[in-house]
Design a protein around this ligand. Structure first.
Ligand code: HPA
Length: 278
């Protein structure tokens, strides 16, 4: 464990500041989930650094994608993007899962868009839709603030984890494009096994509208660092306990690619809208 809080992340941020950043500060960060890999390269003035080159960054396992930290502009709005993330189910610790996001915050990011792939639990939602996350349930049994060594606040308030201002902007940007977004509660589980019908029934009864294996560590760490957070879930499949259809990772990735296209189009208008909303 590092002796002072966020020491490794600060070293990584100093390295990146010399490698990536232009003179103007970057206030928007994004964590790209399944299916958004190509969108990032559509940014103007695109540059990227492999995670492997960044001091202190977690090393990737064979299963996971290599991963890059990317910089670029979306209609003149500077963005820093994490392409490829680390999951608890791969065996990473909460600190490793949150390393990239904490580095972005040290670099000056104030607003964070977190995207993911999730299974729909709300029977009114359909696979292929995008859900704005308005709250979360962390059912992983882990917490990125464990140890109380990450500075203040040690017990961050979670009464409004996700920004309703950013959620409103997401809905209005989508509606202007003729697209309706769903909204609801995201439940984060450890994985990697998918849910049984009995678990699905229980998770729905606990109040979740969608379920996935990422995001909840990063949002807690981001909130502790004072970031304004928008969460967007790509609903890649639908889980109904009483007519449970088999799901595979391949299917989740394939549908994720398709929604990723639409989510990318939305991000291209949403990011400038967020930047201009201040
Ligand atoms: N369950 C858990 N994680 C997921 C799912 C799911 O159905 N779909 C995409 N990620």
């Amino acid at each position: 464990m590092s002796t002072s809080p966020l020491q490794q992340e600060t070293i990584a941020a100093d390295f990146l500041a010399s490698r990536l950043l232009t003179s103007h500060s970057v206030s928007t960060g994004i964590i790209l989930g399944t299916g958004l890999g190509q969108w990032v390269e559509s940014m103007d003035d695109f540059t990227a650094v492999d995670y492997a080159e960044i001091p202190g960054f977690p090393r990737t396992t064979v299963q996971s994608h290599a991963g890059r930290l990317c910089a670029g502009n979306v209609q003149n709005t500077p963005v820093l993007a994490l392409q490829g993330r680390f999951h608890l189910y791969e065996g990473y610790s909460p600190d490793e899962v949150c390393f990239g996001l904490r580095t972005l915050a040290i670099l000056g990011v104030q607003r964070l868009i977190i995207t993911n792939a999730a299974g729909a639990l709300n029977p009114l939602f359909q696979a292929g839709e995008i859900m704005v996350i308005n709250d979360q349930i962390n059912l992983t049994g882990r917490n990125p603030l464990l140890g109380l060594s990450y500075g203040e606040p040690q017990f961050p308030d979670m009464s409004q984890l996700f920004s309703s201002r950013l959620a409103d902007l997401a809905h209005s940007s989508a509606l202007r494009r003729g697209q309706r977004l769903q909204q609801g509660v995201y439940m984060g589980i450890l994985g990697p096994s998918l849910e049984t019908p009995a678990e699905t029934r229980m998770f729905r009864q606990l109040g979740a509208d969608a379920i996935g294996m990422s995001t909840v560590m990063e949002t807690i760490a981001a909130k502790q660092m004072g970031l304004e957070i928008l969460g967007l879930s790509c609903l890649t499949n639908k889980n109904l306990p009483d007519c449970m259809a088999p799901t595979s990772l391949e299917e989740i990735i394939a549908v994720g690619q398709d929604i990723g296209q639409r989510l990318g189009d939305l991000l291209s208008v949403l990011i400038p809208a967020i930047a201009n909303s201040h």
